[in-house]
Design a protein around this ligand. Sequence first.
Ligand code: K7E
Ligand code: CUA
Ligand code: CA
Length: 656
Amino acid sequence: MTISKEESGKTSTPQDTGRRRFLASSAVAGLAGASLSLGLAACNKGGGEATTAATGNAGSGASGANATPAIDWDKYEVHPGKLDTYYGFSSGGHSGDLRVHGLPSGREIRRVPVFNVDCMSGWGITNESRKIIGTRPNGQLNYITGDTHHVHMSYTDGVYDGRYIFVNDKINARVARVRLDTMECDAITQLPNVQGFHGIFPDKRDPLDDKINSTTRVFCGAEFHTPQPNDGRDLNDPKKYFCLFTCLDAKTMQPRWQVKVDGNMDLVATSYDGKLACSNQYNTENGVHYEDMMSAERDACVFFNVARIEAAVKAGKFFHIGNSTVPVVDGTHEASADPKTALTCYVPVPKNPHGVNISPDGKYYACAGKLSPTATVISHELMLKWFDGEIKDPRDAVVAEPEIGLGPLHTGFNGKGFVYTTLFLDSQIVKWDLAAAMKSYQGDKDAKVVVDRVDVHYQPGHGFTSMGETREPDGQFFISDNKFSKDRYLPVGPLHPDSSQLIDISGEKMVIVGDHPLYPEPHDSIMVRRDIIKTRQIYDLNEFPLAVKAMKDCRVERQGRKVTVYLTSQAPVFGLREWTVKKGDEVTIILTNLDKVEDLTHGFAIPFYNINFVVHPQQTQSVTFIADKPGVYWCYCTNFCHALHLEMRSRMLVQA
Ligand code: K7E
Ligand code: CUA
Ligand code: CA
């Protein structure tokens, strides 16, 4: 089977062609073998010619795409000393963190540790961070692994409010909240009875504010179906496995309710009016092996009627699973047979879809085909009509299903009627016209759906537009987060960095204007106007109940074998020059940074004790450990703070 786009009339350099061929075929062979080819062949049965037609159309429509347009590089270059115009927030994937970039430069300006342990900051080492991550009775962290996929900001009336980022942990079914004023994680919650927690999206409507009685929700999909509860029962009886869709309260970070779902969930999207949330499903078959998961010709995009679910919970129509106290309502096909009372609606879409995204005007959901070369456009208004019983067949809510290319995964909108979708197998971004797609679906053969394509390097996963997931899309940039970079950067051993490519979408043609290597592996990101983010540089001493408010308060207190060391830092000294404990003591060090100068962070490390953390201006952090090794230990400052930084030391004397 040929999947290379060169056949479709688009030119590229000979060198380019060979490389792209290799990537395209290795992707098919490597990812799903013959079965994927079969899947694509099956799609082509229905629309292979149409694909060629659409591609051909794009080829002629985009004939100038390969004629290099004159690029005004100054527009995208951020000169030394100048600031970027956007923040980019990215998940770190299996590194378990969250990254912050300046855009368009692509400069990494912060890594926020979330589900990982980080010895720069002391995340996972300080008592404060360990409390957020959670510990076991033996004192060890609950988990030291995480896999962040999706990052989304809290909203007020459909626009980012700059307050929080929510991010998922796929491995251990956790949601983290990161406060954006300090860019630190302040809460982590594990979802009950969920495995493979993948898609996450907050409510876009309600502000998260005490004064107006916030109802902000965070919606969470579950990808892996399991026995419920997963306690050893029904181990090899997959017919009894199922998945739960979870709604979390954004303020308390506690689950409010869950929905029992047929099939699985992958990505999640929410409407702008707070009425619906939805998730694409690639395993409606409830298969346990990949070939089972792609056996049906169609899967689904499942919609959740938020108000009805909450009414059902209020009316007591729920059950519990295992020890969990979270109410679970029934959103299976069977329970949702009558649209007028249904909690869910399963809209059939071509097999094994991937991302689902909503247009900034709140009118359309685009569900990308993955194994089908299509995107399915579902009307929000018609979905609401289905729930009102005004239309019968959920497929009648579909208003377009254009053929756009091979391996469509994720979609961004420019707010002006154009849609940009990543094509994993084609290694392209395709730009298509939403109105034309709807006309074409109505039978208009002249409708020109695909208007441009651009090669990316290589195999794009997520793609998103600047401010494109808000009511204020600016149509300036699209970022293609590519899974492979191969020859784009200096080789660094077996694993190449991932690559994020910045594409200017403000004109008719897409133009790649930046290549940024990324430490593996960001999945999803958002691109946010910089005026939305307001950070603080200095903490307030009073925020910390344990604060040691003056150098004269430094002391050592003993209660039996428990020793507390009250310590301050103020460049270039710690508040105690030395202190003495006995072997076997449980030592807690409380360290307050009394410096008030922006950026004057001190570090604190104890050799051979696994202690390493920082305290920012006016912040207090603490650590607890057993002083099990007698000797002299130089506790030193790890963060270069002063001309006498190296001299900034104190001694811990551990008596035998
Ligand atoms: Cu990688 Cu959003 Cu987890 Cu698609 S997901 S690529
Ligand atoms: Cu304090 Cu270096
Ligand atoms: Ca499937």
